[in-house]
Design a protein around this ligand. Sequence first.
Ligand SMILES: Nc1ncnc2c1ncn2[C@@H]1O[C@H](COP(=O)(O)OP(=O)(O)OP(=O)(O)O)[C@@H](O)[C@H]1O
Ligand SMILES: CC(C)(CO)[C@@H](O)C(=O)[O-]
Length: 261
Amino acid sequence: MTTAYAPGSVTTVFVPQSDPEEGSLGVSFAVEDGVHATVKPTDETVIRLDGTVTSFEPVAGVLDSIGVTADVSLEADIPVGCGFGASGAATLATALAAADVFDLELSREDVLTAAHRAEVAAGTGLGDVFVQEQGGLVWNTGDGRDRTERDDRIEYTSTGGIATQDVLRDEGAITKVADAGTEALSTFHPGDSLQAWFNASWAFAKRTELPTQSVEQTVERVLDNDGAATMAMVGETVLATGVEGVLDESTRITNDGAHVR
Ligand SMILES: Nc1ncnc2c1ncn2[C@@H]1O[C@H](COP(=O)(O)OP(=O)(O)OP(=O)(O)O)[C@@H](O)[C@H]1O
Ligand SMILES: CC(C)(CO)[C@@H](O)C(=O)[O-]
C-alpha cells in the first residue's frame, strides 16, 4: 500500500473556460491542510472518507481511468465541500498513490492530467489539482499558469458546504462568475498584498451573488477588525488576512506540492 498527500487549495476568483482541459482562469493558493490517500490493490474499488464508506465520484473516476481497482482510505484535514478543494486533493493524492503502488508507467504529468480530467468529468473542479500539484500562489489571468511562493497566515470560518457541481451546472451563476471574474483578474498583480487581493476578491464574490448571509456577516466582522476577507469558491467559507483571533481556524499558504509520503 502507498499513502500520498495533496494540500487543499482555495480559489478566490475564477473564470471558467470553454475548453476545460487547461483549467480555468483564476487566482488560487495551496494551504497547509490537505488530504491523505492510502491506496491498496483490491478486486473491487471501495472508498472511505475518515473511516466511512462513501461515494466519491472523481476519486472513483480517476481509478477507472488509469485502469485499476483499489481500497482507498482518505483522511481529510480540511472540511469537504467547503471550498478547500478537498475533491481535487483526494483525487490527486489517490492518483499519485495508485501510480506508485501499482507501479504504473505514468509520469507526474500523466497523473496530473488524469486527476484533472476526473475532476472535470465529475463537475467537482476546474483546476484545483494544478494548484495542489505545485503549491504556492498560482494564477492564470490569460497568459498561462504562473506561480509564486508565499507563506501568508490565513484565518477562516466554514459554516457549511456548497456543492461545486450545482454551481458549475447553473448557467446563470456561471455567467455572473465569468463577467465579474474577468474584471477582477484584470486588476491582479502577483506582488500585491493578500489584503489588497482579498478586497478585490470580495468585490468579485458579491457580484456572483454566491455569498450567503452568514458569509456576508462574517466578512463584515473581519472588515470591522481592519482585516480583509473574501469567500472561498465554492463553499460557505470566509477567508481572512490581516487579523488575529477573529475567525475560528487558521492555516498558511504552503509551497509544498502533492507527494507520495
Ligand atoms: N461526507 C461527504 N461530504 C461531502 N462530500 C462528500 C462526502 N463524501 C464524499 N463526498 C464527495 O466529495 C465531493 C465534494 O466536492 P466539492 O467540489 O463540492 O467539494 P470541495 O472539493 O471540498 O470544494 P471546492 O471544490 O468547492 O473547493 C463530491 O464529489 C461528493 O460526492
Ligand atoms: C471550480 C472552482 C473554480 C471553484 O470551486 C475550483 O474548485 C477549481 O478551480 O477547480
